[in-house]
Design a protein around this ligand. Sequence first.
Ligand code: ATP
Length: 140
Amino acid sequence: MSKQFAVIGLGRFGSSIAKALYDLDHEVMAIDVDEEKIQENLNNVTHAVQADSTDEVALKSLGIRNFDVVVVAIGQDIQASILTTLILKEMGVETIVVKAQNQLHAKVLYKIGASKVVFPERDMGIRVAHLLVTPNILDY
Ligand code: ATP
């Protein structure tokens, strides 16, 4: 069954998640504050919208509350990542997945209600290590 996803922040991580979900036939709304990122990702998602996710009014007007899952893939700007997660939580978004920069960032994200916090580089490093010691495993 097709789900509705929103991805906030279209760096390497966010844009890759957004495209992969779209390729799997899910509905994907991509949001970035940078218009250039919107142009780059237009053909890889259902809707691409230029907006600042720390702006509660902007997020409300996008109807983000109705999405099944929202991914917060803002990297460097920890304050924006935390504010965005808090706003989404207060709006009642059910599942919020957030990219963290470090352990303290992750701790704050869980405290304010993130459903799942990921460290893409660390998590992928662990997966690759497991792949390297597990012969004959086909994985993506
Ligand atoms: P990656 O490693 O995934 O390439 P990164 O961790 O370096 O990315 P950034 O490049 O800092 O992360 O941020 C990812 C994206 O988030 C950028 O395209 C940036 O424009 C966007 N972004 C940052 N702040 C906001 C915001 N407040 N609202 C919407 N998008 C934002």
